[in-house]
Ligand binder design. Structure first.
Ligand SMILES: *Cc1c(COP(=O)(O)O)cnc(C)c1O
Length: 372
């Protein structure tokens, strides 16, 4: 072997996801495909954002503002936090990695719920950290259990609210009780990618706690509610000390010009934001009403996706059958939740299509052998 990569690299996957919708179009030989597997915003980007991005295109011969000054000002006003509390990333994915790069020495423990987002695993393995997995409790992150999993080796904890993969939440009270008892040298990352969709006042956010807890980092993204997944833009909100630590590791030009322009305009477009929320909530209600009628269950969701309980039917076969009908969903098996599928809330006609396809697939598959 001539290529002597670091040992931990062997644990990482050499294949990365392509564009599921484009791949499906080629495989199925049709353009009639709906991707409900990536939790994208089905309404598309704000029109004002599109205009701002078109204007920014003429300046792409210039490097972007490495401090994202205008965006930082806009977001600081929007969230009511100081500019020094903000840091941007090329998607929150980059920030998940950046935090591990900043804090993890070989052998340090990274505690996560199980199952959880693979990006957390990737970040831990990349830095030769050890993953400690804490099983979900009734499909939710149990903060009490996570607290009990902390040892002297624990350096970093990733939690998310609402929880991707299930859409469940923890409350503000629970979060405060938790963070108070986490040792101050253990970093806690609250990934709040879906918190803008949350319709429950009790939902816990780390934002109001950053001044008191310098070991806390809140992550948010422009990929979901703000409909800019293709631009790659996420941000961290944390105490100034924490931000200045992460700044040392950040690439100077990690956020491109077009993303900065699009994000500022998206923040301003309140109408589009409200429309997105309403579309999501309406879709969720539709699923709550219709799933039981076709003998399926669900986990109540505070995000823009729903975890459907197939009641012991085989999720991989059902995912494959939906795929053949041009409907892409996430099979539970692929995310560690056998017997479920995760479906992004779409436009109403898409939600209808999912229910009627599911109904058909289930009826035609009486012969599907029970997976459990
Ligand atoms: C979508 C998602 C992200 C990734 O966001 P990007 O900003 O697109 O990288 C991060 N965390 C969770 C929980 C997500 O579901």
């Amino acid at each position: 072997m001539v290529l002597r990569a670091r040992n931990c690299i062997k644990k990482l996957s050499a294949t990365k996801p392509g564009d599921p919708a484009e791949e499906a179009k080629i495989k199925l030989g049709t353009d009639d495909v709906m991707n409900l597997s990536s939790n994208e915003n089905p309404l598309g980007p704000s029109r004002q954002a599109v205009k701002a991005m078109q204007e920014a295109i003429t300046s792409v011969h210039l490097y972007p503002d490495g401090n994202s000054t205008d965006l930082k000002n806009a977001l600081s006003r929007h969230l009511g936090v100081d500019k020094e509390n903000l840091l941007f990333g090329n998607g929150s994915d980059e920030l998940i990695k950046l935090i591990a790069e900043t804090f993890i020495e070989p052998g340090d423990n990274v505690n996560v719920c199980d199952p959880s987002l693979l990006e957390y695993h990737f970040a831990a393995y990349l830095m030769s950290g050890e993953l400690v997995k804490i099983p979900l409790d009734e499909m939710a992150c149990n903060l009490e259990k996570i607290l009990h999993s902390i040892t002297d080796d624990t350096k970093l904890i990733y939690i998310s609210n609402p929880y991707n993969l299930t859409g469940t939440i923890y409350t503000q009270k629970d979060l405060e009780r938790f963070i108070k008892r986490v040792p101050s040298d253990v970093v806690v990352v609250c990934d709040e990618a879906y918190i803008d969709y949350c319709n429950d006042e009790e939902c816990g956010s780390g934002i109001t706690l950053i001044d008191k807890y310098p070991n806390l980092v809140v992550l948010r993204t422009f990929s979901k509610l703000y409909a800019l997944a293709g631009l790659r833009l996420g941000f961290a909100i944390a105490n100034k000390e924490m931000i200045s630590m992460l700044q040392r590791v950040r690439e100077p030009f990690n956020v491109n010009r077009i993303a900065q322009a699009g994000a500022i305009a998206s923040l301003k477009d309140r109408k589009h934001i409200e429309k997105t929320k309403k579309c999501t909530w309406r879709g969720l209600k539709f699923y709550y009403r219709n799933l039981p009628e076709i003998d399926l269950g669900y986990v109540k969701s505070q995000a823009n996706f729903i975890l459907i309980d197939l009641k012991s039917r085989n999720d991989e076969i059902i995912t494959e059958n939906l795929f053949r009908k041009g409907i892409l969903v996430k099979s539970g098996t692929s995310i560690g939740l056998k017997g479920y599928i995760r479906v992004t809330i779409g436009l109403m006609h898409q939600n209808y299509a999912v229910i009627s396809a599911l109904k058909e697939v289930i009826q035609n598959q009486v012969s599907i052998r029970r997976s459990i």
